[in-house]
Design a binder for this molecule. Structure first.
Ligand code: ZN
Ligand code: MN
Length: 128
């Protein structure tokens, strides 16, 4: 069942912000930038709108199972690099390897549909 959502200025602005940055921000970062413009904005509404954008396939959540979630308006399959010192997340300029799904599923009865790879190390700014 498809849930329709009323167009919302807040949600449009959140998407605009995410599309204008390559920094994979947190919900907190978004909130800090929009709270002046939208007086009734709360962390709850930021999270709710992010959830809707994710359901609409316009945003994806980068979930590391720890700390806080980060968000990306680039929904094409791609890999990320995470700095172990400052936590910065960058896109990795490396082609997404579609063959990995098939290779992972070889020899077992799993239907592998997707995969995720994160690279870790020290970023340029931190002296990598
Ligand atoms: Zn760093
Ligand atoms: Mn990304």
């Amino acid at each position: 069942m498809e849930i329709r959502h009323k167009r919302s200025r807040q949600r449009e602005k959140i998407l605009e912000l995410l599309r204008a940055t390559k920094s994979h921000p947190s919900a907190d970062w978004i909130y800090e930038r929009l709270k002046k413009e939208f007086k009734n904005l709360s962390m709850g509404t930021v999270y709710r709108n992010l959830g809707i954008l994710i359901n609409q396939g316009l945003v994806r959540k980068i979930d590391f199972g720890s700390t806080f979630d980060r968000f990306d308006a680039d929904v094409r399959p791609h890999y990320h690099f995470i700095c172990e010192r400052c936590g910065a997340i960058s896109d990795v300029e490396m082609p997404f390897d579609e063959t990995l799904n098939r290779r992972a599923g070889r020899g077992c009865n799993f239907e592998v549909r997707s995969h995720r790879i994160e690279f870790f190390g020290i970023c340029e700014k931190c002296g990598g």
